[in-house]
Design a protein around this ligand. Structure first.
Ligand SMILES: Cc1cc2nc3c(=O)[nH]c(=O)nc-3n(C[C@H](O)[C@H](O)[C@H](O)COP(=O)(O)OP(=O)(O)OC[C@H]3O[C@@H](n4cnc5c(N)ncnc54)[C@H](O)[C@@H]3O)c2cc1C
Length: 439
């Protein structure tokens, strides 16, 4: 391991930006793990030693070489908006910050190749001028990077049309810098890219990604308010299944969630149940008629981004701003009947928040229900209660890759890690397979 002073000298010689000021390093060592009261005490004091900010792939290679030679741990950071401490270094070392890797390498109708530090909103703006946009973005679209979304995210606005990031076709190619001696640059294409998809940066530094784009539509944001949750949820499902109405987002909120949406407070009834949607503007008549059929009151809303930033995990952000005892779960419910059953069983301990997505060709209620936190044991019980009803829970209260949504050891991901990071230097402590089978 090099000392901080040695890293300073090393970076100065090569003209690579380095941050060593402790308060800044501490800030760049953290993400949004504090949504979880279980992760908070485990991660609050974790820090890297230095932050290096490469501006080119050559500089990434130089950093990888130096880390391998000095056996220094390395953790990659995009914008640090992950929710489970994915980019938090558990054992110190170098934080490789991708914010200067901002190049759009290639952009053509339907396809783009970008460096990993490209902000999702920036590329979307450029692509939209050609009539294209990302297939899906997280609600952190304004801040998150594409590298962080691929390595740490799962889906979001657009998942009702295109499924999730892990679905075949949603990632075309990747360039990966290894932590081997000598360092290599590997090109992955098609199915082979799955090893770095949602891998928390444990198996290589992504320096370029090729992704398919989607045709851009003139999205209009709407709220639809309902006096009760069941018609709101049934409307959400009907809208999801209505092939003639093109939509990018269907989020359904039970009370009291709409009262947490301060940016929408002037525009929506806050004490009703609410559906937030993005609809292809020419489809608004069919959309309004469908909403009315379910007894909903349609409210056109000004700005898609304001609506986006109330959905997905921004809902949890708003809830916690109003009352920090709220936390959350991430669920795939098999159907709405199961949603209603769990609501009845758990009462005010949860507040239901659905995000309809397309999964294997079917519209299903994914969800990020708010949970009133009491103890870690009760959270484990709640997860068991859900699983007993056939709900798939991606536990957001763990920083271990396999214990979140994956549940099983991914042998291919592990084999790729052995190939590209044989010393286990990348984001140590995050991959169960590594310490169970290799170390
Ligand atoms: C309010 C809020 C709302 C959110 N909404 C959503 C949502 O709708 N959908 C969703 O999927 N997620 C969501 N998230 C989680 C998070 O915003 C996304 O996953 C986001 O895409 C992460 O991007 P980032 O640049 O911040 O990555 P970071 O948090 O910096 O990193 C995420 C992971 O990627 C790894 N990584 C980053 N760059 C590279 C690279 N170049 N090579 C290798 N590994 C790399 C890091 O090591 C880390 O493990 C939300 C989070 C918050 C706080």
């Amino acid at each position: 391991m090099k000392t901080v002073e040695e890293w300073q000298g090393w970076a100065a010689q090569r003209g690579i930006e380095i941050i060593t000021q402790p308060a800044q390093v501490a800030k760049l060592s953290q993400d949004y793990y504090h949504f979880s009261p279980i992760l908070t005490p485990l991660l609050a004091d974790k820090r890297g030693d230095v932050v290096l900010k490469p501006a080119t792939e050559e500089e990434v290679i130089a950093i990888a070489q130096a880390c391998v030679a000095s056996e220094t741990f390395l953790t990659v950071r995009g914008s640090g908006t992950g929710n489970y401490g994915q980019c938090i270094p558990l054992q110190g070392g170098v934080i490789l910050d991708t914010s200067k890797l901002q190049r759009v390498i290639h952009l053509e109708p339907g396809l783009t190749t970008v460096e990993p530090g490209v902000k999702l909103a920036n590329l979307e703006q450029q692509a939209q001028s050609l009539g294209w946009e990302w297939r899906m973005v997280p609600s952190t679209v304004r801040t998150a990077t594409i590298g962080g979304f691929i390595a740490g995210g799962s889906g979001g606005i657009g998942s009702i049309l295109y499924g999730q990031l892990r679905d075949r076709g949603n990632l075309v190619g990747a360039r990966v810098v290894t932590m081997t001696n000598p360092v290599e640059v590997i090109e992955l294409a098609g199915e082979a890219t799955q090893v770095i998809n949602h891998a928390y940066g444990v198996n290589g530094i992504i320096t370029a990604l090729t992704l398919p784009l989607a045709p851009a539509y003139p999205w209009q944001a709407f709220g639809v308010s309902f006096p009760a949750f069941v018609p709101a949820a049934e409307f959400g499902l009907a809208l999801g299944n209505c092939d003639g109405i093109i939509k990018r987002l269907i989020s359904v909120f039970d009370r009291p969630i709409p009262s947490f949406f301060t940016p929408l407070r002037e525009q929506i009834p806050t004490h009703q149940c609410l559906v937030l949607t993005l609809i292809n503007r020419p489809d608004r008549l069919a959309f309004t008629e469908l909403a009315q059929k379910y007894g909903g009151q349609v409210i056109p809303l000004d700005k898609p981004i304001t609506v986006i930033e109330c959905t997905w995990n921004h809902t949890t952000l708003h809830a916690r701003a109003a009352d920090p005892t709220w936390t959350y779960l991430q669920c795939l419910y098999p159907d709405l009947t199961t949603v209603y059953k769990l609501q009845e069983q758990l009462g005010e301990e949860i507040a239901m928040h659905l995000e309809f997505i397309r999964l294997g060709g079917k519209v299903i209620p994914a969800a990020i229900p708010l949970v009133r936190f009491t103890t870690a044991d009760r959270m484990a019980e709640l997860i068991q209660l859900h699983e007993a009803q056939g709900v798939l829970v991606a536990n957001p209260h763990t920083y271990i890759l396999e214990d979140g949504g994956m549940k099983t050891i991914d042998r291919e991901q592990l084999a790729f890690k052995q190939r590209v990071d044989p010393k286990g230097l990348m984001n140590p402590g995050k991959m169960r397979a590594w310490w169970e089978f290799i170390k």
